[in-house]
Structures are given as C-alpha cells and as structure tokens.
Design a protein around this ligand. Structure first.
Ligand SMILES: Cc1cc2nc3c(=O)[nH]c(=O)nc-3n(C[C@H](O)[C@H](O)[C@H](O)COP(=O)(O)O)c2cc1C
Ligand code: SF4
Length: 525
C-alpha cells in the first residue's frame, strides 16, 4: 500500500524527534548504558551500570528529562494531604519546575528526593504471596533468592498450555487498575500467530499514593525477573522489557544489578533477553499503549484500539503487558498451585492485594491483604486510625478512582464491590484525607494533576482538562464558576475520551458529586 503524505511526514517527524536515528525494526541497537556512582537512599555507595532511556526523548513531552530526582520535592496527592505537616517542603513541591507527582514515599509525606525512611511493612492474609522477601528486608542476590524456591525451573518443565491453564484457574486479575483476567490475556498472546512476541513489565507506578511496585522492585527484584521469564515461556516471547519510572532511582539501580546477576548466571537461559528501560517522567506512560510508544521511541501518546496489543503491540508484534504486582504473584502460583491462590480472597476478587497507606495514618506503610477486608478494618486495624483530625474521605486506588466517604467504610475490598459504590480498587494506594483538606480542594488538585498529565491525543481531555482544572481551582477558592459549563465539560470528558485518563477524571468528579453533594453544589448543579 502506498504511504499517504501524513504517514511520510509523521515518520520524518519521529526521526527528527529522535535526533535523526534510523528507524529500528526491534529497537535492538539503540540501547545505551552509562556507568554511574550512585549514593543510595539506604546509605551505601555503589558503582553500577545504569540503563538510560533507549532513544533520545521526543522533544518537549517528558517532564523529568533534565531533572535530578534527588533535588525534587513531591507534589503527589499524599503529599498534598499532608502539606500541613511540612509546609516548607510542600511549598517547594508546589512551586518547583517541573512539578513532580509522586516519589512513592507517601508514608513520610510531604516527601522529597533527598530523604527516605523505611516504612512499616505488614500482612493481613492467611498466606503471604507477595511480601515474603520484603518482610525479610529484601533479597537482592540471586543465590539467596534461588534457595527460597524454584518456580522458574518448575515452569520450564511444564508445557506452555499447562501454564496458561494454571494462570486461568488461579483467577488472577491485573493489578495495574483494569483488573482484566490474566489467563485470558496470556491465552490471547500465546495463540497469536507470529514469529516475534514480547513481554513488557509495566513498572511505571504513576498513581500518586501507591508505592507497592516500588518495594517489590527494590526488595524482591528476582521475583519479578522470574515471573517475567515464566510468562515469556508460556506465551512464546523471546524478548522482554521492564519499564521503570525515573522517579524510582533505587528501583532502577537494584533491578539493573539484578538483571546483570541473572545474565551472568545464565538464569534466563539462551532464549530470553530481558532489558531495563527507564522513563523520563510522564504519568501517561503507565497506560500500556503509551508505554509501548515510549519503548519504540515515539511520542508516548495513547493508541486507539483495536488492534488490541495482544495482536499488534510493541513494534507491531503480539505483546503481553503486565503490572509488577500481577506478575509477582506468578512464582507463588506455580509453586503452590492455582487452587491455593484461588482459595484466597472473596467474590470475583481472588488472591491478595498490596495496599499503600499514607502518612496521615498512625501506622502508614505497605500491607498485603486478602480481598474481602473491609475498608473500616484497613483504616482501624492496619492504619490504626488517623494521626490527627477527623477522616474526611478515603481515596483508594489513585486519582482516577473516587473518594470513599466515612459512611461507606463497611464496603469490602473487591473489584465489583468498590465499583458498586462508584469507587475502585485501582492500584491500591490508600490516601486518608483529614478534615483540614476540603473536598473541593481535593477535586481541584486531582484535576490539576490530570490536566498536567494529559497526553494530548484527544480533544476533550487535551483542551477540556485545563479548563476544568482552572474552574475547579476558582470554585475551591469560592470564586463564581459557570456550573452548567463545568457539568457539560465533565459529561463530554466521560463520554468521548480516548483512554481511561480522561474518562477516569470525569468519573472521579461524578463520583465525588454523588458522595459529597453539598460540597460541590455550587459548581456542579
Ligand atoms: C491513565 C492510565 C495510567 C495507568 N498507569 C498504570 C501504571 O502506572 N502502572 C500499571 O501497571 N498500569 C497502569 N495502567 C494500566 C495499564 O494500561 C494496563 O492495563 C496494565 O499495565 C496491564 O497490566 P495488568 O493486567 O497486570 O494490570 C494505567 C492505565 C491508564 C488508563
Ligand atoms: S483521554 Fe487524555 S490521556 Fe487519554 S488519550 Fe485522550 S488526551 Fe491522551
């Protein structure tokens, strides 16, 4: 087929954006590394080979391309909720350029890149599926990890179809937010007819309030590597990528070191190449099609679907994309069996889930829970209540989920159960907002974040979210706004956005409006 002019121009533009690189069929020769001496947040100094972004970044898209994370303060929602605790640090975060949303240190908010403490880590499940090594303080050398189990060796002895059946029977659903059944996805990629297939690990953890992936990456890197190798064996992929956000420099360092150990030991075998790629600061790269564009060196905008990425994903090949936490359950399932996993949890939400509790709790930190726990137990038993003030609302699952009002805390944690109250499990970030933060101010902050992180691909989000953010800001500060226009913009965003970012922002406002009708009356009626 003859390429149309638009396609030719687009290709030229990409080449220009990528600094004149020749286009790569599989990206294999555009990887670069640099040796770096890094101070770690835990004290030690290490010299490691650090992966860099594999392509010159498309001009102007990423926020953190030229920014040292150690010099940034965090403007994420957990830091916003705790801004009264360190007003100076919050002031820096709110006014710095570029603004940075979420360093994954929500347990010690407001946070910055120069300081870190280890949070409390706990479990509230009949089986510890995910946090065993994190509870032990971390396992970062391969021989020690391998003494703890041999899931990869067992999986390699199994036929791929047996693995696909096992994941299906486990009833594992994606932990990145969409909760899609993992077994269905594996089956789709496995049955796609193609010479080349990819496995991609989504370690972008962009939702402000969540830090579960960060601890799995930093404390248990071999579990993720093992899980990715098992998935690659099951679906027939020979190449995989782990895409980690730049905001997690310790995770990048640990994973880089772990991959090197795995390669030297020949643990991945002759058939799998696994590569680490570091983001440059763009929340939308967590959306899987944007992530694939980022890996290909394109402007990381969302791709329209169909085609589904299980048919045409990275470089046009069938691709399995999974969140870190989803994959990290796989070695346990292989070792203990699908039935043992499916026996955990309740309703249609089986297994365990990681929850990240913010600094407003008396005992903030990272918890592994079984689905079915009530939100009241999350607040009272795990978090041990609020450190100060009265609970105004609980944001579970990130800024695109709703805010659970205190009257609904008897809701049990489960995908459908949260949906029934117009909220979501999402990525499992749990942010308590005390009564020093009003609901209108939370909505304004979420819309500000949303406008900033829009990829610009579709008009209702690209043009609508900045207007909505400005209106919400005005309304929160008791200035008059055109309520009818606000409502119409929200309805358009909900109905016509290309991806879950715009749609999620609209649904967030609609959910808050239902749960807190009097708080948003002036600007939504
Ligand atoms: C705006 C937006 C942001 C997202 N950010 C993330 C993210 O940071 N990490 C993640 O794993 N999934 C994220 N997702 C979900 C991914 O698109 C995708 O569903 C997920 O990586 C699939 O893995 P899973 O099946 O294991 O959940 C995001 C989705 C949207 C719409
Ligand atoms: S909804 Fe927003 S983030 Fe999603 S495609 Fe449209 S512009 Fe991009």
């Amino acid at each position: 087929m003859k390429p149309v002019l638009r396609d030719v121009l687009r290709r030229r533009l990409h080449r220009h954006e990528r600094g004149g690189d020749a286009e790569q069929a599989d990206g294999s020769d555009v990887v670069s590394t640099l040796a770096a001496t890094l101070p770690t947040n835990r004290g030690a100094i290490e010299t490691v080979t650090m992966p860099r972004q594999r392509h010159p970044a498309p001009i102007g898209f990423y926020h953190l391309e030229h920014t040292a994370i150690s010099e940034c303060a965090c403007a994420g929602l957990a830091c916003f909720a705790a801004r009264a605790d360190r007003p100076d640090r919050w002031q820096t975060a709110a006014t710095q350029t570029p603004v940075l949303y979420c360093l994954g240190k929500c347990y010690d908010a407001p946070s910055d890149g120069a300081h870190d403490v280890r949070p409390h880590v706990g479990e509230h499940a009949s089986q510890t599926v995910l946090l065993g090594n994190v509870l032990r303080g971390g396992v970062r050398d391969l021989p020690t990890y391998r003494r703890g189990g041999a899931a990869l060796e067992k999986a390699r002895r199994m036929a791929p179809q047996a693995l696909l059946d096992m994941v299906e029977a486990s009833r594992l659903r994606g932990r990145g937010g969409a909760a899609f059944p993992a077994g269905t996805k594996w089956q789709a990629v496995a049955s796609a007819c193609a010479e080349t297939k990819y496995v991609v690990v989504n370690a972008d953890e962009g939702d402000p309030g969540a830090f579960s992936d960060r601890f799995l990456l930093e404390d248990d890197p071999f579990r993720l590597i093992e899980a990715t190798a098992i998935a690659a064996h099951a679906v027939g992929a020979r190449r995989g990528y782990i895409y980690i956000r730049k905001e997690y420099p310790d995770a990048v360092r640990v994973m880089s070191h772990a991959l090197e150990q795995a390669r030297v030991a020949g643990w991945l075998g002759p058939t799998l190449e696994l590569e680490l790629v570091v983001g440059q600061g763009a929340y939308i790269c967590g959306e899987e099609t944007s992530l694939l564009n980022a890996l290909e060196g394109r402007r990381p905008e969302v791709r329209p679907r169909p085609p589904q990425i299980s048919e045409r994903g990275l470089f046009g090949a069938p691709t399995l994309v999974h969140n870190v936490e989803t994959l990290c359950a796989i070695p346990w399932i292989v070792t203990h069996g699908a039935a043992a996993y499916a026996a955990l949890g309740f309703s249609n939400s089986r297994g365990t889930k990681l929850l990240s509790l913010n600094s407003l709790f008396c005992r903030p930190g990272l918890y592994e829970v079984e689905f079915g726990i009530s939100l009241a137990d999350v607040v009272e038993q795990l978090g041990q209540g609020l450190r100060r003030g009265r609970l105004n609302g609980l944001m579970v699952g990130g800024p695109l989920a709703g805010i659970v009002p205190p009257t609904l805390l008897d809701t049990r944690l489960g995908y459908e159960e949260m949906q029934a109250i117009d909220c979501a499990v999402g990525h499992g970030g749990v942010i308590a907002f005390a009564d020093d933060t009003s609901i209108p101010h939370i909505v304004a902050q979420v819309l500000r974040f949303g406008a900033r992180e829009s990829c610009g691909k579709c008009t209702p989000c690209h043009l609508g979210t900045p207007i909505l953010a400005a209106m919400a800001d005005a309304a929160a500060n008791r200035l008059p706004v055109d309520a009818d226009r606000f409502r119409r913009l929200i309805d358009a965003l909900a109905a016509t956005s290309l991806c879950g970012h715009g749609r999620g922002l609209a649904e967030f406002v609609q959910s808050v409006r239902r749960h807190y009708p009097s708080e948003l009356q002036a600007w939504c009626d």
